[in-house]
Structures are given as structure tokens and as C-alpha cells.
Design a binder for this molecule. Structure first.
Ligand code: DGY
Length: 322
């Protein structure tokens, strides 16, 4: 019997491709081209499955043009690149890659918070530019981390990981806002107190965003929310571009309405809003929160296992729209 045909839409580890080739007739993308919509449709012709990343938008147009498609396995926990309603209507299964990246992403969220609050990249640029001529009493003074108030918006698994690091590791007072309140045992484990969004923005010294992107979470932080934050506060976004209004944030940073921001994700990435590149009090990283070799490998393995499980036993491991 011939093997099902699949597209692996981006370049992934050779071990993963070799494993997939044992089960599928694989079209890989070793040059790591990010396909245009037309290019994606062309390559998905006749394919029963796709190994995708956040770069491939699977919507009604793609689904209509690719009637053989049965499953798209995203190598990401976020799946805002999928139009889930359209996929469900077309009978196409969507899977994502949760859990395997939780701790690594929480580590990075905390690293970005520390780099932002303690002005690590800003001071490094100063040093590399040869501007450091003497030690200074108030040189690059930043915000306190230990003992401060950490506000987390989005208290899923990654948010909980950040809460535990803050509360247990740094003695921070943790407050959070979420669509629904955690059960009391989990709140106790995270040492976190539920508050309204406005209270969180007004009282937190550091605000970390970990909400999934949807129409409802678009611009969770815009000019009005930034105006509620303390002038000494930092904002960290490791969730998705579009959760923050980047133009409004650039203005708030330039006018020092908040002290600093750390951003791993951007509206319209990989293009970064030009005004953000012009302000010094922002730490910018290229969507790398889950980027360690073991974690990226585990994410790729889970996406592969979803494809194999679906085609061989009709049992994908982490379906979104079963
Ligand atoms: C995720 O898993 O959603 C990360 O942001 C990588 O895309």
C-alpha cells in the first residue's frame, strides 16, 4: 500500500524527517522557504497531511484548494495560524504541541523580564559602543525584581510556570488575571491571587502577557491599558504579536509612561514596528521563547507523533478540533 503524502512546510531536524519518511511520502522544505499562500497551496496539492508551524496560515481558501488534506499538525502550542472553524467545516483535523514547551517558555519569560527590568541589553549596547568611561552611581539603574509585584495576564500552563518562578524563586507577590479563576489548590501552588485586569495593571511592577491570540485578545494592551500602568513598570510579551498595540507601546516607551518592555513577539512579525527599533528601553528578541534544542526537538516529535497517530491508529495525541 502506498504511503500517505505529507508536506513538511519548514526545515526541521533531519532525525524528524527520517522518522516521518518511515511512515509517509514526504515533501520536505530543506531550503526553509516561507511559502506564500499560492506556494503553500501548490505544495499541498495531493497531500493528506501537513506538518506546519506558525508561518503557514491554513484558512478556507487553502482548504478549498486542497481537498485531499485531512490533518495539519502544528509544531507550536499556539495555533492562531489555523482557522479552526474553517478546518472543522472542511473535516480537517488540527493538532498543536502543548506541554512540551511549558517550562522552557516560562524560563524565557523570566529571562526576558529580568533583562528588561535590569536593562541588560541597553547597558550592553552602551558598553559595546565604547561609551563606558567610568562606574556611575545611577548608571543603568533598573527596577527591583525580588519582592516586587508580578502581574500575569493569562494563567495557563506557561503563566503558572512564570508565577512559580516569581513566587518561589524571587519572593515576588504574584497577581493574575485570566478568563476563569484557577482552582484554589493551583492558586496556592502558584502563590497567586486573582484580580481584575484594571487592578493588575495599576498595581503590578512587572506585567507578563501569556494569553493565546484571538479576536477577543487582540490589543489586550493598548494606549488605555498602558496609561493605567505605573511609570516604573515593565511589560513583557511572550504570547503573540497583536496582543499588544505595538504602535501605542512605542509611544508609551518613548514618553517614559512605562519604564521598559521586553518583546519576543510582534504584530506583523518578522517585521518589527519601526518605532520600537528606535527606543532604547525595549528588549527585542525574534520569537525564541521555546527555542532550546531539546524543546524544539520535543515539539517536532509531538507534531510527527500526531501525524503518525492519526494516519496509523486514528489517534492523534493532541487534537484541537476532534
Ligand atoms: C508556540 O509554540 O506557540 C511558540 O510561540 C512557537 O511558535
Amino acid at each position: 500500500m502506498s504511503k500517505p503524502k505529507i508536506l513538511v512546510a519548514r526545515a526541521v531536524f533531519p532525525e524528524i524527517i527520517a522518522r516521518l519518511e518511515q511512515h509517509f511520502d514526504v515533501e520536505a522544505n530543506p531550503s526553509d522557504t516561507v511559502f506564500t499562500k499560492a506556494g503553500l497551496i501548490e505544495r499541498l496539492q495531493g497531500k493528506a497531511g501537513a506538518f506546519t508551524t506558525g508561518s503557514e496560515r491554513i484558512d478556507a481558501e487553502v482548504l478549498e484548494a486542497c481537498p485531499d488534506l485531512k490533518i495539519c499538525a502544528n509544531m507550536a502550542v499556539g495555533y492562531n495560524n489555523f482557522d479552526i472553524d474553517a478546518m472543522t467545516a472542511a473535516g480537517v483535523l488540527a493538532t498543536n504541541a502543548p506541554d512540551v514547551l511549558t517550562e522552557t517558555t516560562a524560563d524565557f519569560g523570566f529571562a526576558l523580564l529580568m533583562a528588561t527590568a535590569r536593562r541588560i541589553t541597553e547597558s550592553e549596547h552602551y558598553l559595546r559602543a565604547g561609551l563606558w568611561t567610568k562606574w556611575g552611581v545611577d548608571m543603568f539603574t533598573g527596577a527591583e525584581i525580588h519582592g516586587s509585584t508580578l502581574g500575569i495576564i493569562g494563567m495557563g500552563r506557561i503563566g503558572q510556570g512564570i508565577a512559580k518562578r516569581g513566587a518561589h524563586g524571587f519572593g515576588m507577590k504574584v497577581i493574575y488575571h485570566n478568563r476563569s479563576r484557577l482552582d484554589p489548590a493551583l492558586e496556592a501552588e502558584c502563590k497567586a491571587r486573582y484580580v481584575g485586569k484594571e487592578e493588575l495593571l495599576k498595581t503590578a511592577d512587572h506585567v507578563v502577557l501569556v494569553v493565546p491570540y484571538s479576536a477577543a485578545s487582540h490589543h489586550t494592551i493598548g494606549a488605555a491599558e498602558l496609561a493605567l500602568m505605573k511609570p516604573s513598570a515593565t511589560l513583557v510579551n511572550i504570547a503573540r504579536g497583536g496582543i499588544v498595540d505595538d504602535a501605542a507601546l512605542a509611544v508609551a516607551l518613548r514618553e517614559k509612561r512605562i519604564a521598559a518592555a521586553g518583546l519576543d513577539v510582534f504584530e506583523g512579525e518578522p517585521v518589527v514596528h519601526a518605532a520600537l527599533l528606535d527606543v532604547p528601553n525595549v528588549v527585542l528578541t525574534p520569537h525564541i521563547a521555546s527555542a532550546t534544542v531539546p524543546t524544539r526537538m520535543a515539539m517536532a516529535r509531538l507534531a510527527s507523533d500526531n501525524l503518525i497517530g492519526f494516519f496509523e491508529e486514528n489517534k492523534p495525541l493532541t487534537p484541537i478540533n476532534p
